[in-house]
Design a protein around this ligand. Structure first.
Ligand code: GUN
Length: 294
């Protein structure tokens, strides 16, 4: 069994990007610029956004954090989105979710210029991704694709079972892996809460991607010998022996499943560390006009 080390891979990717940014700077070219809008002071959102800003610093990007209080109106937020859409210095930006209940997240998401939508949440990017056009792909599926590629995990002709059908993980993951390409060319089953015979499906899987948000859902008797298991779960469960009072639990019962696997991602330290790095990859792609060429 080999661990897929997302922390190490993330460090390597960031080092490569830092070298590319240093080269851009040496040539006098524009430095990539990521902006983030953060509404309110939710602990989780604060720490995610801080991680995103820190990653920018690490690779030499310019970053801007735009804060609003919880009471901000939808109109004010939309006006800020418009300003960022029109700011030629900003290559990409995100609006950290969740937003307060009085604000329509879909409306805000759709107001973002798809050319600057480095989160890959805009319907235009989701649609482009689905039909195999160049697109910004959301962080978690892109991070998993990067891990599969870098660990040279064969996906062509393999049976992948994706457990979970969310718009930002399960569904895009299933589309990407069934498309032509490497990673890709897999036969994909999307399983969810209404799936019958999930255990039998999982036992047939060469690769399992668990993205349901139920800690320890995938057990040892659901996994065949030699399978690759990617754990996307990041549920915070109470813990008495950590400073924070909680610890992250994956969707996979690691101790039972790991001995049967050829490869497995741990939680923490697997898929998680790759997500912010994916945002950095997208911002660089945007700055280089790789997705939208004009
Ligand atoms: N909230 C939790 N994850 C994300 C993410 O990837 N992007 C944004 N904008 N908000 C989030």
């Amino acid at each position: 069994m080999q661990l897929i080390d997302g922390k190490l891979t993330s460090k390597e990717v960031r080092k490569e990007i830092a070298a590319e940014v240093a080269e851009l700077k040496a040539r006098g070219a524009k430095v990539p610029h990521l902006a983030a809008i953060l509404v309110g002071h939710d602990g989780g959102s604060e720490s995610y956004v801080a991680g995103k800003m820190k990653a920018c610093e690490e690779v030499g990007f310019k970053s801007s954090l735009i804060r609003f209080e919880q009471e901000v109106t939808e109109a004010e937020l939309l006006s800020q989105v418009k300003a960022l859409n029109e700011d030629p210095d900003v290559d990409g930006f995100i609006v950290q979710l969740p937003l307060p209940k009085h604000i329509d997240e879909e409306k805000v998401n759709e107001a973002i210029d798809p050319r600057k939508d480095v989160d890959g949440f805009h319907p235009v990017n989701v649609g482009r991704m689905a039909i195999g056009m160049p697109a910004f792909v959301s962080a978690t599926p892109q991070g998993i694709m990067e891990l599969l590629k870098r660990y040279e995990i064969e996906t062509a002709g393999k049976h992948v079972v994706v457990i979970g059908r969310s718009n930002i993980v399960g569904r895009p993951m299933s589309i990407l892996l069934s498309q032509k390409g490497n990673p890709g060319n897999a036969t994909v089953t999307v399983a969810h809460s209404r799936t019958a015979n999930l255990k039998a499906l999982c036992l047939d899987a060469d690769i399992i991607i668990a993205a349901i948000g139920v800690p320890g859902f995938v057990k040892g008797d659901m996994v065949k010998e030699g399978a690759v298991v990617i754990d996307v779960g990041t549920t915070r469960v109470p813990a008495t022996d950590t400073k924070s009072g909680w610890r992250l639990k994956g969707d996979v019962l690691f101790d039972e499943v790991a001995p049967k696997c050829s490869y497995i991602t741990p939680v923490p330290g697997g898929v998680g560390p790759m997500t912010i790095t994916s945002l950095i990859i997208n911002t660089l792609k945007s700055a280089k006009k790789e997705i939208y060429t004009e």
